[in-house]
Design a protein. Structure first.
Length: 157
């Protein structure tokens, strides 16, 4: 609240208004509100940045199939990642990273952090990354031949 006080100048006989701030105790509230607003802007901008177009990073119209051994299964938001090692025709081993869905969505399909174990032999099918040297895939299908388990699209079989 701003209180205006009137003072009269004797020499000229005119009135002037002096604005004085009556924010005692309310300054903390203003500072807190401003701080909260800044934090919300940063949090929301990182959430927006996290939701990207897969087509910006992957060749969605193409498909590749990779067979390899699970190195790690990174089951966390915003997307789960499946890392497999793949032996090439020349015997050289490369690691590929397959970007999967959000863990909340995977959980609805019955997939948990324990569904895949290091050492599992997997067949991954998906869209290759736009930069081939990054060895990335947007996962569309995953199979574990040892027990016949598979996931296609958003459905577990």
């Amino acid at each position: 609240m701003i209180a205006l006080t009137e003072t009269r100048r004797k020499s000229r006989g005119c009135a002037t208004l002096d604005a004085t701030s009556n924010l005692e105790g309310k300054e903390d509230v203003v500072v807190r509100m401003l701080s909260l607003a800044i934090v919300l802007v940063f949090v929301s901008s990182s959430a927006v940045r996290g939701h990207h177009s897969f087509a910006a990073h992957y060749l969605e119209e193409e498909s590749v199939t990779i067979e390899g051994t699970l190195v790690t299964f990174d089951y966390r938001a915003p997307h789960a990642w499946v890392h497999v090692s793949v032996a090439g025709a020349d015997g050289a081993v490369q690691e590929f990273a397959a970007e999967w869905a959000n863990p909340n969505r995977l959980a609805r399909d019955g997939i948990t952090k324990d569904t895949l174990k290091a050492g599992d032999r997997l067949i991954l099918t998906g869209s290759p990354g736009r930069t081939a040297s990054e060895n990335r895939v947007h996962l569309k299908r995953i199979e574990r031949p040892a027990d016949g388990w598979q996931w296609v699209g958003r459905r577990r079989r």
